[in-house]
Design a protein around this ligand. Structure first.
Ligand code: PLP
Length: 390
């Protein structure tokens, strides 16, 4: 189907780039003309294992021949197994499964509200991103996502990232939850400081609020630990996950600390496809592959190399205002908008992303080879040099 026909049938909610992807393998993807690209933003942050990881493909193929969907009123062995693997790797509690990051955050917000009728407000961050449902786009501290969808649900307030004094001033006993991304992804790859996260934890404890960490983008090894909170030692009450948990399959989840597990009882929340066997088989394969292939260690080592190479680029190119990130999640802050850089990189065979208008975002697979990092850096170097020449 040509692009014009596609556009005539599919609702135009995305600004699409003129590229039709038909195949993926590891760090590489191919378009319908057979051109190969190195994918430095696989799956919009959902590609921590790269494309079509063999263990995930095998798990999904095998499961498809057994049973593809089990309603949640019946027991589903794979859901129990994935929950167990997640709890063993995070903190004592229970897991609710859904299909996306927005749903995971929506569920976490519902839990925070239901827990105590006297506590209604949810504090999030300016420039955060939590999803596109009405509650999660209201939680998202960027008005451009909210415009036109009013009236928005009440009770959300926004704090500046890494401003502990502002958070202190906003907190009181009416706060149900503080919801944070440990590294703001769509907000420009901005890591939270240890001071800010520690303060948030202490304030939640003092005021009886829940600390919800949205690790939809930072989770499943992206930052060099399975969950970004493990860098800071700040354990949340609720942890939300999606994207890379499914290794390419749609899945979302939130983990609730044991103390709060009775808040959402039977009938209070649900999802037809949440935790279906196909997605759970994929999730189990993802977590096992991370262990078996030492991907957290690889992410930490390769991430340090990526950081060093980006910092070298920053020394050579005056257009770079700074480099920031954690593990395998890096932002290159430009002094101008970055869309043209993304386009030129794509024309030269490397797919990257630009978020927050001027932050180039690089999130290669955790097992990206040094040669693949080197090639992407060489292309970025060339493109930034072209940019300087006008
Ligand atoms: N939370 C964060 C931190 C995200 O980055 C995203 C998506 O980019 C979401 C939530 C929403 O996830 P989904 O698109 O799966 O609903």
């Amino acid at each position: 189907m040509d692009k014009a026909t596609f556009d005539s049938y599919v609702l135009q909610t995305y600004k699409r780039v003129p590229l039709t992807l038909v195949k993926g393998e590891g760090m590489r993807v191919w378009d319908d003309a057979g051109n190969e690209y190195l994918d430095f933003f696989p799956g919009w942050g959902a590609g921590n294992l790269g494309h079509c990881h063999p263990a995930v493909v095998a798990a999904v193929q095998a499961q498809a021949e057994k049973i593809m969907h089990i309603p949640n009123v019946y027991y589903n062995q794979l859901q129990g197994e994935l929950a167990r693997l997640l709890i063993e790797r995070s903190f004592d509690g229970q897991v609710f499964f859904c299909n996306s990051g927005a749903e995971a955050n929506e569920g976490a917000i519902k839990l925070a509200r239901k827990r105590n009728p006297a506590k209604r407000s949810i504090i999030t961050l300016r420039d955060s991103f939590h999803g596109r449902t009405l509650a999660t786009l209201t939680a998202t501290g960027q008005s451009e996502y909210q415009q036109g969808f009013e009236p928005l649900p009440a009770g959300f307030a926004y704090c500046e990232a890494n401003n502990p004094d502002m958070l202190k001033a906003m907190m009181d006993d009416s706060v149900a939850a503080v919801m944070l991304e440990p590294v703001l992804g769509e907000g420009g790859v901005l890591p939270l400081t240890a001071e800010f996260l520690t303060t948030a934890r202490a304030l939640c404890d003092r005021h009886g609020a829940l600390l919800i960490l949205d690790e939809v983008q930072t989770g499943i090894g992206r930052t060099g630990k399975l969950f970004a909170w493990q860098h800071y030692g700040v354990q949340p009450d609720v942890l939300t996950l999606a994207k890379s948990l499914g290794g390419g399959m749609a899945i979302g989840a939130f983990i609730v600390a044991r103390l709060h597990c009775d808040v959402l009882g039977p009938g209070s929340h649900g999802s037809t496809f949440g935790g279906n066997p196909m997605a759970c088989a994929a999730g189990i394969a993802v977590l096992k592959a991370i262990d078996a292939e030492g991907l957290l260690e690889q992410a930490a080592t390769t991430g340090a190399r990526l950081q060093a190479e980006l910092q070298q680029l920053a020394q050579r190119h005056a257009v770079i205002a700074g480099v920031r990130g954690l593990g395998m999640m890096w932002g290159v802050v430009l002094k101008q908008e970055g869309a043209a850089v993304v386009t030129r990189c794509r024309e030269k065979g490397v797919l990257i992303n630009c978020t927050h208008k001027n932050v180039l975002r690089l999130m290669p697979a955790l097992n990206a080879a040094p040669a693949e990092i080197g090639r992407a850096m060489a292309v970025l170097d060339e493109v930034l040099a072209e940019l300087a020449q006008g």
